[in-house]
Design a protein around this ligand. Structure first.
Ligand SMILES: Cc1cc2nc3c(=O)[nH]c(=O)nc-3n(C[C@H](O)[C@H](O)[C@H](O)COP(=O)(O)O)c2cc1C
Length: 440
């Protein structure tokens, strides 16, 4: 049987997300990101394509590692300017019924009590379609923006995350018993105070029980500590694309560590789809002429924690561990060897990032997704945008019907909350997940 493939759109509340420079394409609408209609239109298109979710990335801080300055990022709109992703969700939820929303929030700079309320609010307003991508950040610029000197070290960030999770589980799961809200008009009792409790000296969670309580939990760390954290907490894991065998090894490790809990794994991908192969190659060439090397370099510098301005084109980039996304640095070493160079990396920038597009006719792209999912043992893909909205519409109108024909894609949404649609079980986290252990 062909495995079912799930699709998320991978986006961000900004102009340049992954493929930098696409905004300069005359048909691209990503610079309309400040318009609520832009997001509502996108949500409708995603639901038409039966996408599981819209995964929204986020960063706190600017990309100022390249040349020690944010200029290249600002010039090229590399994740700046950037809106608050959570605030986009209610408008998109209002025009959809099934689409899930996986929103990235950096817990390092969140107060758990307020954060738990925002997520609880969104779980109500979306009727149980909210998810949270748990991140701790990788930018010193974020720490400085928040009044600190620098960010915590890589592994310490995961320790802080562990403590944060215990607190928010306590609020979401432990605060209100299922039967705490009685709404007894005759007795004049809205909720039974005996069934509502605080945790860790805090007053009770402010939000009454929502459909999922804890949002669907995403995580994307791939280092050893990152995997251990994902195995304990994540329901969905987002992994970078790479050679299928490399991804398969990572996925096997994640699944083994998380067992017996199932996890859904989504690989990053960028698609350039035409009605024919020739049309797709023409589109790729057209898009490529708008790609920004400087933007891609600014992004890579910040996420790898390496100032590429300090290296010549052919000078080996011999850096030890950095405090940014260490798994990305390891991936560069794996692909190019220990003495990899800036030139090798720039040669990989096809559309304005290190993520190489899968290009072809709809048939070719559909088959490539099916083959990759099988070889890498992933459940689906987080699709980065190219030129919007045409790149997304091509996936929905050309690729999705073929995946359906091949038995690799749903023909309708499953009922229920985001968690129910993803796992087919109940709306709430179950044992052995640590959130279930603190339930009242
Ligand atoms: C595919 C992918 C997507 C990510 N998206 C974000 C993001 O939107 N915001 C963020 O702050 N960190 C993001 N990260 C960073 C991770 O959350 C994590 O901080 C980082 O990978 C460092 O942990 P690691 O060394 O364990 O991988 C992403 C990482 C990966 C691999």
């Amino acid at each position: 049987m062909t495995r079912e493939i799930r699709l998320n759109a991978f986006d961000m509340a900004c102009v340049g997300h992954i493929q930098h420079g696409m905004w300069t394409h005359p048909r691209d609408r990503s610079a309309d990101y400040t318009s609520i209609d832009y997001w509502m239109d996108m949500a409708r298109t995603l639901e038409r394509g039966l996408f599981d979710g819209l995964f929204l990335a986020d960063v706190v801080g600017v990309y100022d590692v390249l040349g020690g300055s944010p200029d290249a990022a600002i010039r090229n709109a590399v994740q700046i300017p950037l809106l608050d992703p959570l605030l986009l969700v209610p408008a998109m939820a209002a025009v959809t019924r099934h689409l899930g929303f996986g929103v990235t929030c950096n817990l390092t700079y969140e107060a758990p009590y307020l954060f738990a309320r925002r997520m609880g609010t969104l779980d109500h307003l979306t009727r149980g379609r909210i998810g949270w991508n748990i991140v701790t950040g990788y930018l010193d610029s974020a720490a400085r923006a928040m009044g600190l000197e620098k960010q915590l070290q890589h592994d310490d960030r995961y320790d802080a995350a562990e403590a944060f999770m215990q607190t928010v589980y306590g609020l979401w799961e432990g605060g209100w018993a299922d039967d705490a809200v009685v709404r007894d008009r005759a007795a004049g009792v809205y909720a039974d105070p005996a069934r509502v409790r605080g945790i860790e000296g805090r007053g009770p969670h402010l939000v009454e029980p929502s459909p999922q309580r804890t949002p669907v939990l995403y995580q994307a760390g791939a280092s050893d500590r990152g995997r251990a954290f994902a195995a304990r907490h994540a329901e969905c894991v987002f992994v970078n694309a790479g050679r299928p065998a490399d991804v398969a090894r990572l996925v096997a490790d994640l699944r083994a560590r998380a067992a017996p809990r199932p996890i859904r794994v989504f690989a990053g991908a960028t698609l350039v789809v035409g009605r024919t192969e020739a049309e797709a190659q023409d589109l790729l060439a057209e898009y490529r002429s708008h790609a920004s090397v400087e933007g891609a370099l600014a992004h890579a510098a910040a996420s790898l924690g390496i100032d590429f301005d300090r290296f010549g084109m052919d000078e080996p980039i011999a850096v030890a561990a950095t405090d940014a996304i260490s798994s990305n640095v390891e991936a560069m070493r794996r692909v190019f060897g220990p003495g990899w160079t800036k030139r090798q990396m720039i040669d990989q920038f096809i559309l304005g990032s290190r993520q190489r597009p899968i290009t072809g006719s709809a048939e070719q792209v559909a088959q490539a997704l099916i083959d990759f999912a099988e070889a890498a043992d992933v459940d689906g893909f987080n699709l980065s945008r190219t030129v919007m909205p045409e790149g997304l519409e091509a996936v929905v109108d050309l690729v999705v019907p073929l995946l359906q024909e091949r038995g690799a894609y749903k023909r309708d949404y499953a009922p229920g909350t985001y968690r129910e649609k993803l796992f087919g079980a109940g709306p709430r986290l179950a044992a052995p997940h640590p959130a279930a252990a603190v339930r009242q």
